[in-house]
Write a protein that binds this ligand. Structure first.
Ligand code: KG4
Ligand code: ZN
Length: 336
């Protein structure tokens, strides 16, 4: 068994490092968020994100090795996110991983960030029911994956424009609430009524498993422009709760539909938006009604972290899928 697998994740604005053993046991895990830096710009500034990764990554690797009680010589393999994400940010993690792999003669494993989110569901054990459908919903992606008995993962639907988290971040920014918008909307929606404002559920009845959130975003802007009283006082909570409900309705409905169509016995959710309390509650309720098992990662493993990256790396190592020094970063979503 490999005792110490170093995992590095720098796809966006979080620098994350972990050391895991091959059985998935977490020996150390660190996440340094850059939220407080990007907050003042109302969104992520790629150049700033890369520079911050450079500043903190080496220290974080050293600290995580110390926490795991090993030195570089005690490592057995290195896992790193290769994409999709911000190219500048990805290259920082990739360069560190390749350097460590080269200097210490360690196997190198590059993993896909979107797929690695699914692995946040496997953080504790390998308890699984197949076939399963997993909704990966974050700031950069909204996709549905079908996982079969052989653990093959196939993308069966995706957003054709904005990701759900991106729509939340943009609406929060438009309303002057701050960044990131998802957690703020989650918190403030509790004070409002999800039925107060009539908003569309784009593509909810389309004959595929794709999503669209761009039109919903425009509908919110149009509604509050026509009715400026809606952003004053407690009416704002109603707008936020209704907007969140429109997103949750669409995500839940499409995921359940996909599970029915593919005969899935389990639904999983993953990605930053999977931390949303209303989505977790509604998906759990709908799965119970359908008699489908439901799995969601702990909230801290929904947003970007290196534990899920490491778990996907172990999955690939177990299948002999390693990379060489030609491993390159990629920015766009890969179709699986
Ligand atoms: O997975 P993640 O950390 O990064 C990407 O891969 O994109 O997801 C970040 C996204 C942001 O859009 C953020 O607003 C959203 O996840 N998010 C939430 C919540 N927590 C984070 N959205 C809704 N409710 C939340 N509680
Ligand atoms: Zn992510």
């Amino acid at each position: 068994m490999l005792d110490n697998i170093l995992s590095i994740e720098t796809s966006c604005d979080e620098t994350a490092v972990a050391v895991l053993s091959q059985d998935g046991c977490q020996k150390s895990e660190l996440v340094a968020s850059q939220e407080y830096i990007h907050e003042k710009y109302g969104g992520i500034v790629p150049e700033v994100a890369s520079r911050r990764h450079v500043e903190v990554l080496n220290f974080m690797i050293e600290e995580s090795l110390e926490m795991a009680n090993i030195s570089y010589g005690g490592l057995d393999a290195v896992v790193v996110t290769a994409g999709p994400g911000l190219i500048g940010s990805l290259l920082i993690g990739l360069t560190a991983a390749k350097t460590i792999s080269y200097c210490f003669g360690l196997p190198l494993v590059g993993v896909d960030h979107v797929v690695s989110h699914i692995f946040a569901n496997f953080y504790q054990d390998c308890w699984s029911i197949r076939p399963a459908v997993c909704l990966v919903v974050s700031g950069g992606h909204t996709s549905l994956f079908l996982i079969d008995e052989n653990e093959n993962m196939r993308c069966i639907g995706r957003t054709i424009d904005d990701a759900a988290g991106e729509a939340m971040d943009k609406i929060a920014r438009y309303l002057g609430l701050g960044y990131p918008g998802g957690p703020l909307i989650d918190k403030l929606s509790v004070k409002g009524s999800p039925k107060a404002v009539d908003l569309p559920r784009p593509m909810i009845r389309s004959a595929d498993f794709n999503f669209s959130f761009s039109g919903l975003k425009t509908a919110v802007v149009r509604t509050v422009t026509k009715n400026p009283h809606l952003i004053k006082g407690s009416a704002l909570f109603d707008v936020l709760a209704s907007f969140q409900e429109a997103i949750v309705d669409t995500l839940v409905s499409k995921t359940i539909e996909a599970a029915r169509f593919h005969g899935a016995h389990q639904i999983m959710i993953a990605g930053g938006v999977a931390a949303n309390s209303r989505l977790r509650e509604r998906m759990f309720r709908e799965c119970s009604k359908e008699g489908i098992s439901f799995s969601s990662p702990p909230v801290k493993y929904c947003t970007d972290n290196a534990v899920m990256t490491g778990l996907y790396g172990i999955f690939k190592l177990n299948r002999g899928l390693t990379d060489d020094m030609s491993l390159d970063a990629y920015s766009l979503f890969k179709d699986y």
